[in-house]
Design a protein around this ligand. Sequence first.
Ligand code: GCO
Ligand code: MG
Length: 404
Amino acid sequence: MKITEIRVIVSSPGRNFVTVKVITDEGLYGIGDATVNGRELAVVSYLEEHVIPCLIGRDPMQIEDIWQYLYRGCYWRRGPITMAAISGIDIALWDIKAKAANMPLYQLLGGASRSKIMCYAHAQGRSIDEVVEAVMAKKEDGYVAIRAQSGVPGFEGIYGIGSSKGEKNSRARIKNLPKEEVWSTEKYLPHIPKVFEKLRDVVGWDTHLLHDAHHRLTSIEAARLGKDLEPYRLFWLEDPVPAENPENYRLIRKHTTTPIALGEIFNTIWDARQLMEEQLIDYIRTTSVHAGGVTGLRRIFDFASVYGIRTACHGPSDVSPVAMGANLHIDLWVPNFGIQEFSGYREATHEVFPHAWSRDGGYLHPGEAIGHGVDIDEDLAAKYPYKRGYLPVNRLQDGTLWHW
Ligand code: GCO
Ligand code: MG
């Protein structure tokens, strides 16, 4: 079998997606996701100018060699753009291999280790009452695990969500540039335990509750928050501190038993190595589209299993239904599975990406279609052209640029 063509399809059915289609001389094709939210076209150019010419004529069955060729072979290894490009190709190649084997991808990985995949939904509100209402709505929809995010009193919007509502006349809105938000850790820290106190009162104890601090704290602040949240037994506290210095997590660990989840922006096993070796985290959040596809993710998750760390693939709406499909096949197989994030998609996104995966209450399943079971309707995708879009930028009240 030979690769004859690779197409990069950019579409925006609700938000931008970069999709890779690898076509072979035997009529089989595979679909991959290579989306990096807010930097989409950098990956398109990387693929079209630098990756695709090297792959035409190659055997698509040599997934590992192609991965190494694109990783080691380019000299400039790692980084989100390189790794998303590798991910897009890799997911498509696994799709082809599973189709050639006439089996769903999870079978090729080693078969199902469970019958269904627990996922968590997103719930948010500007006030505590709104958060409670949003969490209850998700619970009624069948979810057994819910991430709760709350607005901080005195501040506009809900942090870490990325909506540009209320920004109608701003320069950001008019020029389609990043929205700017304002942040105060001092106001956030005492507020969040009140949110979870109320949530436990109303929602009870049989629903897993999660919270994402979105990299905004220092280690000592995160240690304080983890401690203050202990009475409410969170499933996890996510991304408390940026992880450029993994040793920052030692201090958090010394002070709190609240479980820690990290890694949605990691793109290789080396980003997570020290955190896993020192057991500074409980859940590893890498995802197929950003961490080197099925090949990269499998390697990270196997390494995590050595230390009893469980998996928790990143899965918001900017991780496309294609990467979601790949994640779900890995989730069904991986022995050290923890949970899968699932924030859902707009109707237009479901239509552009027909998929075999499905949700039943609080659980997902990849389906039994051969390959990973997700396709792209290219004619429909063409009706949703790319629109420049950014994640927001965050500043402290005095104007200092902060982590979003
Ligand atoms: C999450 C994330 C997302 C990110 C987004 C960035 O836990 O799902 O933090 O909401 O902000 O994926 O593109
Ligand atoms: Mg997150």
